[in-house]
Write a new protein. Structure first.
Length: 540
């Protein structure tokens, strides 16, 4: 029995040793396989040297704060460069130390491998920090931004913290003005005069006193340079000074009272709006007053290129500039983004330009007529065979009167600019008048010419400066059925009096021919009465 047990125990032990050796070998193999794998992961995991995060002009560790006003913002540019063979996903997480600070979280980005042919191995983004509009001054505000960089291949992650220091400089600090005269001198009066209401009233009276001095001394000092409408100028300037004084007092007055910041903000916006409107209106009135006087004086000078007809153009330009500038300032005060408004205005302007070409053509032709001055008020123009008298040139149209000045005729400026115009009274009002008449056949033509030239030489309307103007002339025009058609050409004094002058010269011509027994022919009708087929003498 014993001999049989021995070999059996040894076999069991041997088998156990074999199993243990096999298990150890398997574990060793597993460890050997596991160790290279771990080393491979560590070799490809993202490291700090694989990328770089840069914020130009900002040192995240220096702790030097950026000073930002209330309602304003600070924008930083963040550059991320990839120096590895990995594709990196970039995301951002931020937080603030105080509620008066906020920020826009940058969008997630992807940075390609180093050496990307399209330059995508470096990306740029912006990080904007905002300061609340209604806040007091603060120091030590902090904004924390964590740049999360993840390897797309193995999902390893690294974090880069960036710290931004923000000191707030607010326009709503009342601590330096509260209960102080003019916001400067402490109120040390005994009770009950130690309240903020006393410095408020004293400051208001002081501002009004300064305005009164300006009205009584400064404005008259400058009004002596205004030759016309001095009273009007002084009234406008007085109103402007008073409004400016009240508008400028409202803000420090509320600070003296220690008013709520929201109230100060709203009142400040309203006061700035009122101030801008009044300044624009006042500037426009003063500009128009000065422009009107200047253009009137220039118009009195001979051959001056400017006169009162330019007043509508100057008025339009001044209104456009002042309205655009004033509205822009008001919108900026109320926090509107002028960039979007300007883009929208550009699109609308393009649409208006395309849809109103005729109107714009009239406008620019009106400006061209005012600048080039081809005719002036009172000139006689011959347009398409019709005589017009210029009444007034406006931006969109020109007003004329008929030759008899009994009707007002309006013609668009694009039509006027495109027409062929004969100015009958520019430079020289003299006019070459041509009067046709007939003399009977058999009349002495030389005699007719002589008597009519003598009549012309004695006529008061005919210009006798023969060095400058043509001499009177009598011309034979045509042989008509009833007589010889002739024409008298004379240069008369003024085209404006053409109807009267022509009538008087025709009267003189007719009287002269009658005195010389020269009869003007006229159409005659002879009637014969037939009786019984024979012609009879109607006088018999």
């Amino acid at each position: 029995m014993g001999g049989e047990r021995g070999p059996s125990r040894r076999g069991i032990m041997k088998r156990r040793r074999m199993v243990a050796a096999l298990t150890l070998a398997v574990l060793t193999a597993m460890v050997c396989l596991a160790v290279p794998t771990a080393s491979s992961d560590e070799a490809y995991a993202i490291e700090h040297d694989d990328f770089k995060v840069m914020v130009p002009f900002h040192d995240p560790t220096a702790g030097i704060p950026n000073i930002v006003e209330n309602g304003k913002s600070a924008t930083y540019s963040i550059y991320i460069s990839n120096f590895s063979d990995h594709v990196l996903d970039i995301s951002f997480v931020g937080s603030v130390s105080d509620s008066y600070l906020s920020f826009d979280t940058p969008e997630s980005l992807t940075v390609m491998r180093a050496g990307d042919p399209e330059g995508r191995d470096m990306v740029k983004t912006s990080f904007t920090i905002y300061v609340e509009e209604v806040t007091t001054s603060h120091k030590g505000g902090m904004v924390y931004l964590h740049v999360r960089i993840a390897d797309v291949d193995d999902e390893s992650i690294d974090l880069v913290p960036i710290t931004f220091g923000i000191d707030v400089k607010s326009n709503f600090d009342t601590s330096g003005n509260f209960n102080r005269f003019f916001g400067i001198i402490d109120n040390t009066l005994p009770a009950p005069y130690d309240t903020p209401f006393v410095p408020f009233i004293v400051t208001l009276l002081g501002v009004l006193a300064l305005a009164f001095v300006a009205v009584r001394l400064v404005i008259p000092l400058f009004s002596k340079y205004v030759e016309d409408d001095k009273r009007r100028y002084e009234n406008i300037m007085t109103l402007l000074v008073l409004i400016i004084a009240v508008a400028l007092f409202i803000d420090p007055g509320l600070r003296i009272l220690g008013a709520d910041l929201n109230l100060i903000l709203q009142v400040q916006k309203l006061s700035v709006t009122l101030l801008v409107v009044m300044i624009c209106v006042t500037i426009w009135k003063l500009f128009m007053m000065l422009a009107e006087g200047l253009l009137r004086k220039l118009g009195e000078k001979e051959n001056s290129p400017l006169d009162s007809t330019f007043l509508p153009l100057f008025s339009m330009i001044a209104k456009f500039v002042l309205w655009i500038g004033g509205i822009g300032v008001i919108l900026h005060v109320f926090g509107f983004d002028l960039t979007g408004i300007l883009i929208s205005a550009g699109i609308v302007t393009l649409g208006i330009t395309l849809g109103a070409q005729s109107v714009l053509s009239q406008l620019f032709n009106g400006i061209s007529l005012l600048l080039t001055r081809p005719f002036n008020e009172g000139d006689y123009l011959l347009i398409d065979g019709t005589t017009y008298v210029v009444r007034q040139v406006k931006l969109m149209y020109t007003e004329f009167t008929s030759e008899d000045t009994d009707r007002i005729i309006t013609i668009p400026n694009n039509t006027v600019a495109a027409a062929t115009i004969v100015n009958m009274s520019k430079y020289d009002k003299a006019y070459r008048m041509k009067i046709t008449f007939q003399v009977p056949y058999g009349e002495d033509i030389k005699k007719v010419e002589r008597v009519l030239l003598e009549m012309a030489d004695e006529n008061e309307y005919v210009m006798h400066n023969y060095r400058k103007y043509k001499k009177p002339a009598v011309r034979l025009i045509e042989f008509e059925d009833s007589g010889i058609l002739m024409r008298l050409d004379v240069t008369v004094t003024d085209y404006a009096n053409t109807p009267t002058i022509m009538s008087d010269i025709k009267k003189a011509l007719y009287a002269t021919l009658r005195e010389e027994n020269i009869e003007m022919p006229f159409n005659r009708l002879e009637v014969s009465i037939m009786e019984g087929g024979y012609e009879t003498d109607p006088t018999a």
